[in-house]
Write a new protein. Structure first.
Ligand code: AMP
Length: 284
């Protein structure tokens, strides 16, 4: 497994892979890898002959008061985990390799970048889209793998790829959860035992909505209310948003008719967590 820290090295390795006619898959991450990330690597291995994993804690997607400085960076153990999964290359640039030129060019996806997490974290998706566009240019993957865990991010990436004609297929992978239902996240490491217990309210709120949906409720406001009520019972969990939206436009829906995204974000202590579920009419 090669570890590349410069764009020039990474380009050379990827060009060789393509010259050998091997299908190249990319899994972009911020490191601190858990089973959720590794599921993306496995999906990439199953689909592509060569797999590149990027590890980059992208400064431009963090707000000034967010956790960029304290974000976990266990690089050695990440490398060991990726070696075990059979990744071919890790691209782990320093911030000044990616942002060296005092750039003033950004990618924003108007109409989507401000929704859900983009609403609570101004500039977040501008940072994400800019770095993902850069990674696509450096690695030039045929397929890029992203987790359904970040459902809004997935919608914004799909739109960017469509609008800017990136020659890459976007593959989404299901949310990997702990045995008790908590969605795996690198930020779960911040939680105390008490917070860890409280964090289960996110998944519980989504399950409540699913239950109401299966019971026949189709009114989005009523469904959202049933989920919010679960979170309101955990006073230490501060709701950021609880929304029922179209998974492509991220716009609100009044009634659940087709594929619909139920997304939640909440602070458990100082830690912001997200989770979601997709509702499907049976037969879809
Ligand atoms: P991150 O390192 O948090 O930027 O995540 C890198 C990729 O892993 C993103 O595409 C995430 O959606 C995905 N991911 C993170 N957590 C999970 C999870 N629990 N299940 C599936 N994919 C995940």
């Amino acid at each position: 497994m090669k570890i590349c820290t410069t764009i020039a090295e990474a380009r050379a390795v990827c060009r060789q892979i393509r010259a050998d006619h091997r299908c190249l898959g990319l899994v972009p991450t911020m490191g601190a890898l858990h089973a959720g990330h590794l599921s993306l690597v496995r999906a990439a291995k199953a689909r592509c002959e060569a797999v590149v994993v990027s590890i980059f804690v992208n400064p431009t997607q963090f707000g000034p008061k967010e956790d960029f400085a304290k974000y976990p960076r266990p690089f050695e153990s990440d490398c060991a985990a990726l070696e075990k999964e059979g990744a071919d290359m890790i691209f782990a640039p320093a911030a000044d390799e990616i942002y060296a030129k005092g750039e003033t060019t950004w990618v924003t996806v108007e109409g989507l970048s401000e929704k859900l997490d983009g609403g609570s974290r101004p500039g977040h998706f501008r940072g994400v889209m800019t770095v993902v566009a850069k990674l696509f240019h450096v690695i030039e993957p045929e397929v890029a793998f992203f987790g359904q865990k970040d459902a809004a991010q997935l919608a914004v990436i799909r739109r960017m790829v469509r609008d800017l004609d990136f020659p890459v297929e976007i593959a989404s992978c299901p949310i990997v959860r702990e045995a008790d239902g908590l969605a795996m996240s690198s930020r779960n490491a911040y939680l105390s035992a008490e917070e860890r217990r409280r964090a289960l309210a996110l998944n519980r709120s989504l399950q409540e909505v699913e239950k109401a949906f299966r019971g026949g409720e189709r009114n989005a406001r009523a469904l959202a209310q049933s989920g919010r009520a679960v979170l309101a019972r955990e006073p230490e969990v501060r709701l950021d948003y609880f929304e029922i939206v179209d998974p492509e436009t991220l716009g609100p829906v009044e009634r659940v008719t087709g594929k619909t995204l139920v997304a939640v974000a909440a602070y458990v202590g100082p830690t912001r967590l997200i989770d979601n579920v997709v509702l499907l009419e049976s037969g879809e």
